[in-house]
Design a protein around this ligand. Structure first.
Ligand SMILES: [Zn+2]
Length: 209
């Protein structure tokens, strides 16, 4: 069983970069000034294309935390001062509960945290956006979806590819896995050839019709 602790630290602890202490990824996601920094500098007119905006990552984190905490504590955790959710505390509580009770759930949470860390780094512009991507319209071999809709940072509904390549470590050239944002299935890069083969099959709904 993988311990979630290092991943939780990566997501919710401040970190050092170029001799500067940076806010945690979670804090940066929640910090609109940080998100708008490229705009204010006038360097980038629009945000880089990303798999998902900060708000949808935050929503996903809060939803998953509430779901899992609900199984153990029947409640979410609030910060000492305000009414806001204390998500870092919730993640630590989740780790404590599932390490004791549910090793299978721990693996699910490794995937959640790895995905959020990776998405956060991409959304916040902290890793080079790899130029490699799947062809637009690539259909998931599990659910056959090619597109998902989500809301971007401005609350607009946007259509984005369902199947995306994922890098766990920044600045790597080799893809670590690919994942479907529609059904949540993730696969080893060794299965990319079968994803290609799947594109040659007719749409399942055409077959069923
Ligand atoms: Zn899928």
């Amino acid at each position: 069983m993988t311990d979630l602790f290092p991943l939780i630290c990566d997501f919710t602890n401040p970190y050092r970069e170029h001799d500067t202490t940076m806010q945690s990824l979670w804090a940066q996601l929640n910090n609109p000034i940080q998100q708008d920094a490229p705009l204010r500098r006038g360097v980038v007119k629009s945000k880089p294309p990303t798999a998902t905006g900060p708000l949808s990552i935050i929503a996903d984190v809060e939803r998953q935390c509430a779901l899992t905490l609900g199984m153990y504590m029947k409640t979410t955790i609030r910060t000492g001062t305000g009414r806001a959710r204390d998500v870092p505390a919730e993640l630590r509580a989740i780790r404590w509960h599932i390490m004791r009770n549910d090793p299978v759930e721990a693996d699910v949470w490794v995937k959640h945290l790895t995905t959020w860390i990776n998405e956060a780094k991409q959304v916040l512009g902290l890793i080079r956006q790899p130029s490699v991507a799947l062809p637009r319209g690539t259909r998931c071999q599990h659910c056959d979806e090619a597109w998902v809709t989500s809301r971007n940072g401005e609350g607009q509904v946007v259509r984005e590819p369902a199947v995306v390549l994922m890098w766990v470590e920044p600045d790597r050239t080799d893809v670590d896995y690919f994942a479907c944002m529609a059904c949540g299935e993730s696969s080893e890069p060794g299965l990319l050839p079968s994803l290609v083969d799947h594109q040659l099959l007719p749409l399942r709904k055409d077959v069923d019709a």
